[in-house]
Ligand binder design. Structure first.
Ligand code: GLA
Length: 402
């Protein structure tokens, strides 16, 4: 990908004015899947793949954005474009009903502008953007959140508008929920804002308090891309959310203090799970047990007990595959292969599910051998060449000065 200096030069060549530069990372989730929208716990880390944005203010009220990755430029009058696109993307719009609505890369920056305007940020004069990123798309590494957070940082920087990090994360999630139409939780946007180098971030998704857990120096995070595309804008993610809501409502009818599955226990399921459809019971069991695994995983990291951390990843993957039913055959192959490799403490699918990537905790002495064995094994089993990355946990979004 272009360096910040190259992006600045591209911006200047397109708009004839200098741009300010901002960067926001993607993420890998170590443990805690589909718990964020249940007010539960997650433990992601920001990765060293990111979106870079150059921004300069305009005076004509337009959003002009150049995507280097898509080699495409859009130019919209912000007012009325944001209203028009927002209306078109609502659940019952004619475009949604007749199936002609598609998601365009520019919906992510436009959605953030829409959400910033709702929050009172002065965006009416418009902006010129140049966007480039190296977070693999549709791989479950939060390319969307990194575009959203980079856009928010850029616009807030360009308007000198102060906003606390947790508000920025909430606002970016709002852009994705209400404007793009993907009903995601807070994890991806939050860690893209608050990530820290060499640390995982344990987020309490109810209070939005977070603690940093140092990643032990004798381990590396290796990410294996199954190359099976996943999309949270697609149906399965939203179906899982609906199943969780159905199960939560049944438990709440017995114990009104259960606001979200975070408040429920396996005892609650033992008492009232029989009132749920079998698939709903399994989804809820995954979420309730996953919260406990995240809390145990933080302790294991603190004690540098990688064997224990790996066991928890192993249990999390089994629960995700069997109870949440959100794995897929290619991912199962990657997990089986990883579990056979020397130096691999644990492996699980990371992100929303149904494809994307696995996250593997590998001894610092082994990533090269691990990568080689995984690539060869996966190719032999599936005919697919996996992309495999070793990433450090990196810092959250920030401005870049050249
Ligand atoms: C996607 C969503 C997150 C979270 C994960 C599953 O990444 O964006 O909010 O729900 O799936 O843990």
């Amino acid at each position: 990908m272009q360096t910040p200096a190259e992006l600045a030069a591209l911006h200047f060549a397109s708009y004839n004015v200098p741009g300010q530069l901002y960067s926001a990372p993607g993420r890998v989730n170590l443990i805690g899947e589909h718990t964020d929208y249940c007010d539960g716990f997650v433990m992601p880390a920001a990765i060293d793949f990111s979106t870079l944005i150059a921004i300069s203010p305009r005076t004509d009220g337009h959003l002009v954005a150049n995507s280097v990755n898509f080699n495409q430029r859009v130019d919209y009058p912000l007012d009325p474009y944001l209203e028009h696109r927002f209306a078109e993307r609502q659940p019952n719009s004619p475009a949604r009903r007749d199936g002609t609505l598609t998601t365009h890369w520019s919906d992510y920056p436009a959605g953030v502008l829409w959400a910033l305007r709702e929050a009172g940020v002065p965006i009416e004069n418009g902006f010129s953007l140049t966007i480039v990123g190296d977070v693999p798309l549709g791989a479950g590494l939060s390319s969307s959140a990194s575009v959203e957070v980079a856009t928010a940082f850029a616009v807030l920087g360009a308007t000198s508008y102060d906003m606390p990090l947790n508000k920025i994360a909430i606002l970016c999630r709002r852009a994705e929920n209400a404007f793009v139409g993907a009903n995601v939780g807070i994890m991806d946007q939050f860690v893209s804002c608050c990530g820290a180098q060499d640390h995982a971030v344990m987020i309490d998704c109810r209070s939005l308090e977070y603690t940093l857990a140092p990643i032990p120096p004798d381990v590396r995070i290796v990410i294996c891309n199954s190359m099976v595309k996943h999309s949270v804008a697609g149906g399965e993610y939203n179906t899982r959310r609906a199943e969780i809501e159905e199960g939560t409502a049944i438990l709440r009818a017995h114990r009104p203090e259960i606001k979200a599955l975070r408040d429920a226990t396996v005892q609650d399921l033992a008492l009232w799970g029989h009132e749920m459809k079998p698939n709903v019971l399994r989804r809820c069991r995954h979420v309730i047990t996953e919260d406990d695994r995240v809390l145990a995983a933080v302790e294991a990291f603190r004690a540098s007990d990688l064997t224990r951390f790996g066991e928890l990843m192993h249990q999390a993957q089994a629960s995700f595959r069997d109870d949440f039913e959100a794995s897929c055959p290619e991912i199962d192959i990657l997990i089986d292969l990883a579990n056979k490799q020397p130096g691999c403490f644990g492996a699980r699918l990371t992100g929303g599910g149904f494809g994307g990537c696995t996250v593997n905790l590998v001894a610092a002495t082994h990533p090269a051998a691990f990568t080689q064995a995984m690539r060869a094994g996966y190719l032999a089993a599936t005919g697919i060449t996996a992309d495999i990355y070793t990433s450090r946990a990196s810092a959250g979004a920030h401005a870049i000065t050249l």
